[in-house]
Design a protein around this ligand. Structure first.
Ligand code: PEP
Ligand code: MG
Length: 568
């Protein structure tokens, strides 16, 4: 009898395959290990560090050559961890203490991982996984344990936490699915799976123990269902869905080629949200007309130090070029809040979401901000770039940023570096203050992009990451809708364009009323584009305006949602 367990579906798609347990337990190997003299153990640990760094370097080069830039970047972060002198010293002193090289390595990595975890932050918790991964890798090398290898068929990787190196180290077509016992959606393992569109379920919890190596599994990456040892009947049921999945994929590929225009000719530009230049390739496949949000802070993350102007220029230039003449909106670093950066050494805060973040950091730390502005202005030469400022609440902030942009141009001219004079400057409207002040802010910028992820949390005073109050987090709340409508109206009155890059933009029902409000652009994660396009192509702007008036008269966000699903 098949058994179904449930987790959280994070990457949609149905996968069928055999389980390969990842995240091997080394207890048996450690018990069998016979330590030698202290000097020999010391040498083994030191040699292992060198050798593992070399092995990682080889896989980085291989991944780069195969176009796996994202995986390569993660492996690079691991290589830097292996070569971090702090880890090396900690291992050396543990060897003195334990007189056992592999145990010393695991202990030292564990100590550092615990320090990360103590920071009580999802981003750092995910880095703790990386550190344990690195420790295990080095220990495995000393113990002579082989990394998992797959045979002919594709497998479903399953583990409480899967080391990112295991996923990155296997060819994409060999992994049909991923199951994680732990719940982190920002774990590096999940990021890699997303880049490869591998159906993934996380947060399975204790039930993961029911899954054994070699078990046949069907996994639904949307619903989060995991069918263990499915019957023929189960298989037949899912086979139909796999067929539909393939048909839908084909249909979406066709849709990608068609324009986003309503039945009566109103056009909306659908663009992509990206975190790295590589993501533009995927965005183009889904028919994105450029990039509406490049979250540049990802260029700063996973590094040991601030990326230079040159490093940033390379990343922005690549993204701009890949947009093929369409606009590429680069948001200046949105550091802070849920995205801290250890090397900036910003002291912990009581309320990081209301604290020293985003443009507030940029305006205080010119040594960080100027190279970024210069890099974007230089990238503008290779296509159409825009600068977008996050977390604005005051006119003075935008004026200060514009002054720095002019200074950056002067510096570039002095340095003899080419830059574009046609880079648009816009702001994210993601605070209620900015939304209310859009009639004024519109005088100073080229565009607004509504960041609903934050606008909803700040307007409703509902933490965007707090599951226990997520029932209150609703982008259809009338307070939010009124701010959005005002923002779009202000843009029209100031003759500038208005877009949206928060998650709301990927909701097809929201897209219809946003179009009716007069929005020019919607930016979202690329796989959401076809569903939004489909809804907009099926309706007239006249009908959408009628629906808009109906829902704007409602007094409760849940009613708005219910009405929209009924009327559209
Ligand atoms: C937003 O707040 O809507 C947004 C797009 O930015 P982020 O999710 O990066 O805060
Ligand atoms: Mg935001």
């Amino acid at each position: 009898m098949a058994e179904i367990i449930k987790g959280k579906g994070v990457i949609a798609g149905i996968a069928m395959g055999k389980i390969m347990l990842a995240g091997q337990n080394l207890d048996g190997y450690l018990m069998a290990y016979q330590p030698e003299d202290l000097e020999v153990e010391k040498k083994k640990a030191a040699d292992a560090l060198d050798k593992v760094a070399e092995i990682l370097q080889n896989s980085i080069e291989k991944l780069q050559a195969d176009g796996g830039a994202e995986q390569a970047a993660i492996m690079e972060a691991h290589r830097m961890m292996v070569q971090d002198p702090m880890l090396g010293e900690s291992i050396a002193s543990k060897v003195e203490e334990l007189k056992n090289a592999p145990r010393a390595v695991l202990d030292a990595a564990e100590d550092q991982a615990k320090q990360f975890e103590a920071m009580d932050n999802e981003y750092f918790a995910a880095r703790a996984v990386d550190l344990r991964d690195v420790g295990k890798r080095i220990a495995k090398y000393i113990l002579g344990v082989k990394e998992p290898e797959v045979g002919d068929g594709a497998v479903i990787l399953c583990g409480e936490e899967i080391e990112p190196s295991v996923i990155a180290g296997l060819p994409g077509d060999k992994i049909a699915g991923v199951i994680l016992g732990a719940g982190s959606t920002t774990a590096h393992a999940v990021i890699i799976a997303k880049a490869r569109a591998i159906p993934t379920v996380v947060g399975v919890g204790k039930a993961i123990e029911k899954i054994a190596d070699g078990d046949a599994i069907i996994l639904d990456g949307e619903k989060g269902d995991i069918v263990i040892r499915p019957s023929d009947e189960d298989r037949a049921g899912y086979a139909e869905r796999i067929k539909k999945q393939a048909e839908l994929k084909k249909y979406y590929e066709e849709l990608a080629k068609l324009p986003t225009v309503t039945q009566d000719g109103v056009k909306v530009q659908l663009m992509a949200n990206i975190g790295s230049p590589d993501d533009v390739d995927n965005a183009n496949k889904y028919g994105a007309e450029g990039v509406g949000l490049f979250r540049s802070e990802f260029v700063f993350m996973g590094k040991q130090d601030i990326p230079t102007e040159e490093d940033q220029f390379k990343a922005y230039k690549e993204a701009v070029e890949k947009c093929n003449g369409n606009l590429c909106v680069i948001r200046t670093m949105d550091i802070g809040g849920d995205k801290p950066l250890p090397y900036l050494e910003i002291p912990p805060e009581e309320n990081p979401f209301l604290g020293f973040r985003a443009v507030r950091i940029s305006l205080k730390r010119h040594e960080l901000f100027m190279p970024q502005l210069k890099a974007i202005l230089r990238a503008g030469v290779f296509g159409k770039a825009a600068i977008m400022v996050p977390m604005v609440i005051n006119v003075s902030e935008i004026l200060a940023v514009k002054k720095l942009i002019e200074e950056a141009k002067v510096e570039l001219a002095h340095e003899g570096k080419a830059y574009s004079d046609n880079v648009q400057v816009g702001i994210m409207v993601e605070t209620p203050a900015a939304a209310v002040m859009t009639p004024v802010l519109g005088k100073y910028v080229d565009f607004f992009s509504i960041g609903t992820n934050d606008l909803v949390q700040y307007t409703l005073a509902v933490d965007r990451g707090n599951a226990s109050i997520s029932y209150l987090y609703n982008h259809f709340n009338p307070a939010v809708l009124r701010l959005i409508r005002l923002t779009i109206k202000s843009a029209r009155e100031n003759n500038i364009w208005a877009g949206m890059c928060g998650e709301m933009a990927s909701d097809p029902y929201a897209a219809v009323i946003l179009m009716a409000m007069g929005i020019n652009e919607l930016s979202m994660s690329a796989p959401s584009i076809p569903r939004v396009k489909e809804k907009l192509r099926a309706i007239t702007s006249k009908r959408a305006e009628e629906i808009l008036e109906v829902v704007m008269a409602l007094e409760d966000g849940d009613d708005v949602k219910a009405q929209l699903t009924k009327l559209i």
